[in-house]
Design a protein around this ligand. Structure first.
Ligand code: UT7
Length: 332
């Protein structure tokens, strides 16, 4: 069988963030912190917090419905649903199956992939490869997180950093060469898993009164170590993908980085020698939304007119695992 290389393009995007805004001053009433500390150390002013009754699948389905509408693709035309999340509604069934049902997608292959904050780049690569195989026509990729459900609201070193939300994209194939998702550079280093993890909830530490007492069902992080690794791995992934595609950083119209900390992004910008005004930023409003961070920012950047036809953009992320990933996109 002859293989025709196909371009995989983003046909539409959507995003959703909950209405409840939690400011740094609100947090200062819960833990020993201040707007001044949080803003100067992270660049975050506020984040969105989901209702108790609003789950990752609900937020993901809302973002996905918007992406489908903007793509002009019917639910019946989606044959692949991939969700990136570290806060699934439940261990099983997958959040992808829950979103499939909420959107009335009649028949699709549905799966969750877990790569923490790098999750959206990971699912883009998996979906792109499956679309290129010719066995699928349209993929729905969703990054969705209810991180407020795994935060320790007594730990000021973590609870101030994260927020809830979802972003989605519909991917399809195009016969036009050299457009869409041009290339990927993903990686992982499992030996560094203990810098950012949640010990409880899996088979190693199931929920027991003891595991609850020991606060093991909350996210744990050694922030300073994560910070240093984040800059190193994102710089490496970005430089490698630019080099292997013969792209100079000044050819990039827009960089969409994982929105974790403004100081991490500023260091990355300096190392890549890309001016900060070419980075799309929204972490001031949402904090770190893990797997939802890149797709929310991508959707907002597109809606704001930051990505025009022919533009080259770089998306780059890091997260627990450690994992990282970069992708280069040319707007059709
Ligand atoms: O998607 C991946 C997710 N993770 C990340 O992106 C995290 C990357 N790391 C970071 O963003 C930064 O390391 C943090 C924002 C987490 C921390 O900033 P930092 O400049 O590395 O601060 P630090 O951990 O060195 O702490 C400095 C001080 C400490 O006090 P002492 O020991 O100097 O007295 C902390 O106890 O700040 C204290 N501190 C706080 N003070 C007020 C830590 N958290 C807070 C807080 N409010 N919320």
């Amino acid at each position: 069988m002859t293989h025709t290389p196909r371009s995989v393009v983003i046909q539409g995007t959507g995003s959703y963030t909950p209405g409840d805004i939690q400011t740094n001053d609100d947090l200062a009433k819960i833990v020993d912190t201040s707007d001044e500390w949080i803003f100067t150390r992270t660049g975050i002013r506020e984040r969105r917090i989901a209702e108790e009754s609003e789950q990752s699948s609900d937020m993901g389905a809302t973002a996905a419905a918007q992406a489908l509408e903007r793509a002009g693709v019917e639910a019946a035309d989606i044959d692949l649903v991939i969700v990136a999340t570290i806060t699934p509604d439940m261990p099983f069934p997958s959040t992808a199956c829950l979103i499939q049902t909420k959107l009335g997608i009649p028949n699709a292959v549905c799966m969750d992939i877990e790569a923490a904050c790098s999750g959206f780049i990971y699912i883009l690569e998996v979906a792109a490869a499956l679309l290129q195989s010719g066995r699928y026509r349209h993929a729905l990729v969703v990054g969705t997180e209810k991180l407020s459900s795994i935060l320790d609201w007594e730990d000021r070193t973590t609870c101030v950093l994260f927020g809830d939300g979802a972003g989605a994209a519909v991917l399809g194939v195009s016969e036009t060469p050299n457009v869409g998702l041009l290339d990927f550079k993903l990686g992982a280093d499992g030996a560094k898993g203990d810098v950012l993890y949640m010990p409880g909830g899996g088979c190693a530490v199931p929920a027991t009164p003891d595991s609850l007492d020991r606060r093991m069902h909350f996210l744990k992080m050694r922030g300073r170590e994560v910070f240093k690794m984040a800059v190193t791995v994102m710089e490496k992934a970005a430089k490698e993908i630019l080099e292997q595609n013969g792209v100079n950083s000044d050819q990039l119209a827009c960089v969409i980085p994982h929105q974790a900390n403004l100081r991490i992004i500023e260091l990355l910008a300096a190392r890549l020698e890309i001016p900060m005004d070419r980075f799309y930023l929204n972490l001031e409003k949402y904090g770190n939304t893990s797997a939802a961070s890149i797709p929310i920012a991508l959707d907002e950047a597109i809606q704001a007119g930051r990505l025009k036809s022919g533009d080259l953009a770089l998306m780059v992320a890091f997260g627990a695992g450690l994992t990282w990933g970069a992708t280069l996109v040319r707007c059709p």
